[in-house]
Design a protein around this ligand. Sequence first.
Ligand code: TRP
Length: 455
Amino acid sequence: MAKNDRVHFGSKLGVILASAGSAVGLGNIWRFPYETGNHGGAAFILIYLVCVLILGIPIMISEFLIGRRSRANTAGAYQKLAPGTHWRWVGRMGVLVGFLILGYYSVVAGWTLEFIGESATNSFAGKSAADFIASFNGFVGHPWRPVAWLIVFLMATHFIIVKGVEKGIEKSAKIMMPLLFILLIILAVCSISLPGANAGIEFLLKPDFSKVDGNVFLGAMGQAFFSLSLGMGCLCTYASYFRSDTNLPRTAFNVATIDTLVAILAGFIIFPAAFAVGIQPDAGPSLLFITLPNVFQQAFGNLPWLAVVLSLMFYLLLAVAALTSTISLHEVVTAYLHEEFKLSRSKAATLVTAGCIFLGTLCSLSLGIGKECTIFGMTLFDLFDFITAKLMMPIGGFFIAIFTGWYLDKKIVWEEISNNGTLKVSVYRLLIFILRYIAPIGIALIFINELGFLK
Ligand code: TRP
């Protein structure tokens, strides 16, 4: 496609909100709290912050510059910038990873809709801890309910994608992101003001390094990649719609800051409330769907209308955050099919939606009637999470760092980062150093350690 006919985001705010919309999602509000809970709280958060700073932001800048320079979908981008080389496999792998993530991500996204319904009808009222476990397991194992919600969620994503980049992605982000911030702040204030919330705040702020092992590093790195939407060309695809005057380093910094703030605010919603009612926050993936409804019930049970309003707000927040992210994952695959196979945008989108419904259904059923069939001891759902977040995204990030740090002509890198010399970028050298050495070596070390060679 020629440079000029390609669609663009309309405004600077649109660029930031759409990219932040991709980054802020279930990763921040669902995955971050349970990983933090499992890995000992503040110590995990500190390691996570280091990962965001030295791996996340540099790799995000790389993805931005690859996307904007090539003005193509992520597979096409490598073909343009490195024609005839094997680099195109990095792009193609990204498209595949995007498809896999969307498959299991929309399962959890669908759950949020069920929980919006349950909150609205006040069906948490009067339940005991055991009831919450039983009703969640009953729902997840139900043969069609979670699948139906997953389809509804993917159809909503589809609807926005076919409206296009400016009228669909950008406009929806401009509505949903402010809503998300408002909900977050209200909920965090309520949670912190509960009597006994201090223990939760302490858990978030006081590091306990005795729980730190190799696993924690891999967990923090995987979480950073997942939460910032990195390592598979998602932000690369969005950047192909950036305008030529978008400041790439600043945008990356802003997006990473927003994403991290949202994750920490989500922690300030969940942990103070959980500790206030004496519930341990280490439940893993079911934290938000078993522990939290119970927390709402116990904390506000004597004010039933408040319990309804707050839990409704919370699951709405989750659904909105998830939607802006599924849109970005969908766009990666849709743009690829649209541009590489010359399908119309709506045909491409339909194929992606249909494929994801199929994959999502398999993942969803793997938690219910298919619970017995495991691969490497994991259900299909857990396997997808492991393969994407803990393996393929860091591997993708490794190659993206090598591509920009070593392969790509430094003139191109400089032109993109400084907008052809019009911006003063004081961190340019540091950035190249990180991309050449720190990021690849850091990722490799975390992997090797995880595989047990350093023990
Ligand atoms: N970052 C999103 C979240 O935190 C999920 C997501 C969207 C994502 N696009 C991605 C994860 C690309 C990995 C890669 O929920």
